[in-house]
Write a protein that binds this ligand. Structure first.
Ligand SMILES: [Zn+2]
Length: 349
């Protein structure tokens, strides 16, 4: 997905008092998943230079400003003079991030959030933090009623219970049908978009995929480029080489490395007419490929074959030590047309 230029991130109530038991040794525990996810979202906004507004709840020590907040399930919380009321360390505001203290659950109530948003010319608000059913929910409601687009990152917010979390998300989606997004959606916005050069080089990979059929093999082509120039190409040769592993991409990597003695491809981009399989994606990890661009997805291919398929390259990269940058879906329809024409008449080898 794309992050709209007019977006801001609201980091809501990620304060130390909820994370007192979290330390470097237990950081990876499942109970801290939402704050780890919140940090991933925060990193994307920081990387893109989009506004981040860090909001915390704060009450005076004499409790004069609690209003009716102690009439419900919540006890005394967020006393502003206590160190644990400060922002949590993992997501602590950095220079250039705006800070707002609020006395109520909604970040709009009695704060200057609206003035800030107007100044930033923001119309879409992403939200992370907690609690889903309290401060996230009421802030989302006020954002909606003030005509903002709302985007709650469902795996970077936490509720007072699983049921309350889910019910609040349903209520928020009732307001705006596009209001719920995930960390993966946000992270995907960092993926590079295809350039006109990418399209040109993908067209070459697709031309090779058609050529491999003429040569008696399956319709998959691959192009390796450095600085936008083609350095090596290959097509699927599983039948003519009697080598079921001679896929467009794995074959290209093997031949290129053998011929040039170059085994580190972090400065190279590989264009594949179809998403690389598990084996080829694994090969891309071993050569530290810099960037992968592909046309049709594995799910597209498997649908043609009557199977479900999966995002196999992502599965491999997400669980590996090396993560090539990925741009997907480039000339997808052209790639699909060749796959369909072939697999309507042939079985997969
Ligand atoms: Zn493969």
């Amino acid at each position: 997905m794309e992050l709209e230029k007019s977006s801001a991130l609201l980091v809501i109530d990620i304060q130390q008092e909820d994370f007192l038991d979290m330390d470097e040794r237990n950081m990876d525990a499942p109970e801290w998943a939402s704050i780890r996810n919140a940090k991933r979202v925060l990193d994307v906004f920081r990387k893109k230079g989009l506004p981040v507004i860090q909001i915390k709840e704060a009450h005076r020590p004499d409790m004069v400003d609690f209003g009716r907040e102690l009439d419900g399930a919540e006890g005394i919380h967020c006393i502003e003079t206590r160190p644990e009321s400060d922002y949590a360390k993992l997501t602590y505001p950095v220079d250039g991030e705006y800070r707002i203290s609020k006395r109520r659950y909604s970040a709009f109530f009695g704060t200057d959030l609206e003035i800030l948003l107007k100044g930033l010319r923001v119309d879409t608000l992403y939200m992370i933090g907690g609690l889903t059913n309290v401060c996230i929910h009421y802030t989302a409601v006020d954002a909606h009623q003030n005509d903002y687009h709302i985007r709650v990152v469902t795996d970077a917010v936490a509720g007072s219970s699983k049921e309350a979390h889910e019910a609040a998300l349903r209520a928020i989606r009732y307001l705006q049908r596009d209001a719920l997004v995930t960390v993966a959606d946000i992270v995907s916005s960092l993926e590079e978009r295809a350039t006109s050069r990418d399209i040109y080089l993908m067209r070459e990979a697709i031309r090779l995929s058609a050529l491999s059929v003429e040569h008696g093999n399956e319709p998959f082509g691959a192009v390796l480029a450095k600085d936008g120039e083609i350095v090596f190409t290959n097509e699927n040769q599983i039948y003519t080489k009697h080598d079921p592993t001679f896929h467009g991409e794995a074959g290209l990597i093997r031949e290129f490395c053998a011929q040039t003695a170059i085994t580190d491809l972090h400065e190279y981009t590989l264009y594949a007419s179809c998403e690389p399989c598990f084996m080829c994606s694994g090969a891309m990890v071993w050569v530290k490929l810099g960037r992968l661009v592909y046309g049709a997805s594995n799910i597209d291919l498997e649908h043609i074959l009557g199977n479900e398929g999966c995002n196999c390259s992502k599965m491999v990269f997400d669980h590996s030590f090396w993560h090539p940058q990925v741009t997907e879906g480039v000339l997808r329809e052209e790639s699909l047309a060749i796959l369909k024409a072939y697999f309507e008449k042939h079985e997969k080898g």
